[in-house]
Write a new protein. Structure first.
Length: 308
């Protein structure tokens, strides 16, 4: 008779060997590189009592996948945070399958885009929620950690290596401003220049209204390249997400519309030549009409029910 309460020794030994091998690889590198054979043996084939997070990617230079490289950096940060945390155990492993090393795995899973993150649970097949929604959420290490916590109950605190570039840039900026004020210490009237302050305020407004803060929090890809036909999309088709390139486009459109409004105001309030004011008015009106129409068309492409 078959005793289902106690697995056979062969399966126990096989499981122990797999876990020992994965732990050995993890001790050398936080993210385990896998080809087709390793993937089928350690991720797909039973027995398995551990979760595996797999990043399917294409990092070879000839693939020209800049998003893959950016996502890989965040993935490495997350894997290192787990590997060197006090809670590290053999219940979760981070792996990577590159297309040029495991094209058969991509074909087996009917996968035609990269990067893609998938979670393979200890028992059963992956469900829909086991595929990370990169297009909507982005690939920041913190977002990946939250997704893993939802799927495995393993909570990873992300530790990023120190980055002093922001501090250095701020110090240089303060030094530059301080030096400029010192050189102009006898003539500081430029501080009260309304036009200068208005331009600075507009730059902040354009950055915020174009979604730069969303980019900083979510870490979306710059654009999306369709691996089948090579077509590049700069505008995300969903109202719940955006690309970095899309925010740049929106920033430029808002700036052009604002310039048009400034010209219209200048034409209406100045007391110069009537002919010149008329030309300024037409240019301003053209800027507003053309670029606002363009902005509205982008809005319509993202909100498919518009006009409501």
């Amino acid at each position: 008779s078959l005793n289902i309460l106690h697995p056979c020794p062969q399966l126990q030994n096989l499981l122990a060997e797999k876990v020992e091998q994965l732990m050995e690889w993890s001790s050398r590198r936080s993210v385990i590189r896998m080809n087709g054979d390793k993937f089928r043996r350690f991720v797909k084939a039973p027995p398995r009592n551990y979760s595996v997070v797999v990043m399917f990617t294409a990092l070879q230079p000839q693939r020209q996948c800049s998003v893959c490289r950016q996502a890989n950096e965040e993935y490495q940060v997350l894997a290192n945070s787990w590997r060197y945390s006090s809670a590290f155990s053999n219940k979760l492993f981070f792996t990577i399958v590159d297309y040029d090393e495991g094209a058969d795995v991509f074909q087996q899973l009917n996968m035609n885009s990269a990067p893609t993150f998938m979670h393979f649970p200890p028992k059963g097949k992956p469900k829909r929620a086991d595929t990370f929604d990169l297009q909507r959420i982005g690939f920041a290490a913190e977002q990946l950690a939250k997704w893993i916590a939802d799927r495995t109950d393993v909570h990873i605190r992300v530790f990023r290596p120190p980055n002093y570039s922001g501090t250095i840039a701020l110090a240089l900026l303060v030094s530059l401003v301080g030096g400029l004020l010192y050189l102009r210490r006898n003539n500081l009237e430029f501080i009260y220049n309304k036009t200068g302050w208005a331009m600075a305020a507009l730059c902040v407004v354009f950055a915020m209204t174009s979604g730069q803060m969303w980019n900083h929090i979510r870490g979306p890809p710059y654009a999306h390249k369709n691996p089948q036909n090579g077509q590049v999309s700069y505008i995300h088709g969903s109202s719940q997400a955006q690309f970095v390139a899309e925010s740049h486009i929106i920033l430029l459109l808002n700036a052009a519309i604002t310039m048009g409004m400034v010209l219209l105001n200048e034409a209406a309030t100045s007391k110069g030549d009537v002919g010149k004011r008329r030309i300024i008015c037409l240019v301003g009106l053209g800027l507003v009409v053309f670029f606002f129409s363009f902005l509205l068309s982008i809005f319509r492409s993202k909100y498919h029910g518009y006009p409501y």
